[in-house]
Write a protein that binds this ligand. Structure first.
Ligand code: IPE
Ligand code: IPE
Ligand code: MG
Length: 232
């Protein structure tokens, strides 16, 4: 059956900030700054369309290999985003969750994240999951280590519960901007049956019409999960 419904969970690989800036002769940091505006727009549009969960890839485990100055620009934007948006997100009933290996993040950023997650933990109208210092392989390895240490039985269910995304449903739709067609180590386990939509739009240009186009493509897809389709 095709899916003429709104995805419950959308994941986005927000890519192309650097190219957006380069095309305008601007420093990469300006691309990230506009990327933050695109995130605010997109979260609003996602909520207006009735999507319950948005997971965004903000900083990958591999992004630690970028120049220090760019890393610190990104950390600064993250501080800005949390400080500026937290009160409104909380008022709107949005729960904030952070996934990734946070030990490498600056102490004050860790504290901001913990406080934001704590403040919003009982909110139920929507969830924003921010993947930060996140790598899918690292997540899978730490889940295996956790289960081994506990001497727990290893099943698909126990494994899923040991991931950072425990108790979140898998994404229905994954969008990647900027024309790249790869996962770059994002949600390797969780995307087993996710529908993928790739768009040439660079993340800072991403707007409600791009979100609608992606949801529209999703609605044309037949999610078969290995079974026979409608036309078989
Ligand atoms: C995505 O934009 C943001 C992060 C990875 C943090 P990029 O910075 O990867 O932009 P491009 O891919 O170089 O254009
Ligand atoms: C993926 O983008 C990570 C984020 C969007 C945060 P990258 O720009 O880092 O990915 P690659 O290097 O092109 O695969
Ligand atoms: Mg990129």
């Amino acid at each position: 059956m095709t899916a003429p419904r709104i995805p419950r969970h959308i994941a986005i690989i927000m890519d192309g900030n650097g190219r957006w800036a380069a095309a305008r002769g601007l420093p990469r940091a300006m691309g990230h700054r506009q990327g933050m505006e695109a995130l605010k727009r997109t979260l609003k549009a996602v909520r207006e369309r009735g999507v319950e969960i948005l997971t965004i890839y903000a900083f990958s485990a591999e992004n630690w290999s970028r120049p220090e100055a760019e890393i610190s620009d990104l950390m600064e934007l993250l501080r800005l985003y949390i400080r500026a948006e937290l009160a409104e997100l909380h008022r709107d009933g949005v729960r904030l969750r952070f996934i990734g290996d946070h030990a490498r993040l600056p102490q004050d950023v860790q504290k901001l994240m913990q406080d934001a997650a704590e403040l919003t933990r009982d909110n139920v109208t929507g969830t924003l999951v921010i993947a930060l210092s996140y790598g899918g392989r690292q997540e899978i390895v730490q889940a295996a280590q956790k289960l081994a240490t506990q001497g727990a039985e290893i099943t698909e269910e126990s494994f899923a519960s040991a991931l950072y995304t425990a108790d979140l449903p898998d994404p229905d739709l994954l969008i990647r901007t900027s024309g790249e067609m790869r996962l770059s180590n994002f949600l390797l386990w969780q995307t087993a049956y996710t529908e993928f939509v790739f768009t040439e739009t660079l993340w800072p240009d991403f707007a409600a019409k791009d979100l609608d186009a992606a949801i529209n493509k999703y609605q044309q897809r037949e999610r078969r999960y290995g079974k026979l389709g409608q036309l078989a």
